[in-house]
Design a protein around this ligand. Sequence first.
Ligand code: MTE
Ligand code: MO
Length: 392
Amino acid sequence: MRRLRLRLPPGLPLPKSPPSPVFTGRLHDPRTATVVGRALGAAIAVCFVTGLVSHWLQQPPSWAADALPSRPVWGYRLTQGLHVASGIAALPLLLAKLWTVYPRLFARPAVRSFAHALERLSVGVLVGSVLLQLVTGLLNTVQWYPWPWNFRPAHWAMAWVAVGALLLHLAVKAPVVAAHWTRRSSGTRELPVDDGPDRRSFVTAVAVATGAVTLTTVGQSLTPLGRAALFAPRSPGHGPQGLPVNRTAAAAGITRELTAGWRLQVAGPRPYELSLAELRALARYSAVLPIACVEGWSRNAHWTGARVRDLLDRAGAPPDARLRVVSLERDGAYAVTEMGASYARDPLTLLAVALNGAPLSPDHGHPARIIAPNRPGVLQTKWVTRLEVLLP
Ligand SMILES: Nc1nc2c(c(=O)[nH]1)N[C@H]1C(S)=C(S)[C@@H](COP(=O)(O)O)O[C@H]1N2
Ligand SMILES: [Mo]
């Protein structure tokens, strides 16, 4: 390829910096930014609210821990499905929005006043935190953690940073948003006719892209769309006994030797132990309850087991007692979990020994596991060996 060389006439001073580009396209104007921003804002709002629900169900403040709602049984399935779906949908919307407004990076003067500097800084915080939230959240759904910090507390803290920056941004931009909310208010009507279609095609393309990523992933929780979930990390029907597995028995270090002489210990005012045969004799209750993983996949299953409330009553637990559930697993993050009184007392909360008509397979928690309604998957402890009554 021939090199193009710019030859300046002798004596002409060199320009100090290249001239700023000029953007005249309708796709970078406030009306397009408003239309895309509205959809992005809605996705972020759904994502934030459902994220709060997920956080509180997983890590309730102590005053609320015994009163978390155990109904509807599919509640967490719905909210966490929405959380992951709205986060995924927000990604193409965010890219479209950034593309629409990026010419502002070239606005000169870069800073007009102190207030303007603060506003630009807040936009930087907004873009950075929302990008980080959406990308790390997406990576979490495929269980890939290429960063040194603990995902959950960081995701929680960053959510507040992002929402704070977003509210500030909306407050600053409220007049512009209001002026461009409808086509009429934005004055598009008076534009030349040939100015309309480019915006319409852009918005349509963004809508199609957003719809496509949603349709090809949402089937991981919305099971009727399971076959369309080409890009979802999980397919809800795949796994032993028709249910996906998050952490296998092998990964958790659960060996045949560990489960061979298994007995359930129940610690409380009247402690006792049960052999597997004895527990199976108590397993007279069945419930259809979902596993709803925080990563977004979920699936209903048919569980059979003993009611946790009956096991606790037998140990002499008072009705408002809390429960600690201990797994055979040695040092996993979910080896020990706690359950508030509202779950422990719910007649649908089981210590399950069978799944979809067959004894639990090792990967689903053999010999026994917790299954409770409206509960994040991480708290549905597998390979349970001990229940401890926590007196109020
Ligand atoms: N002991 C123990 N229980 C556990 C886990 C774990 O890592 N250790 N993973 C949890 C998670 S994250 C989910 S989503 C469910 C998955 O249950 P399944 O493998 O039976 O579908 O189990 C939960 N129970
Ligand atoms: Mo999970």
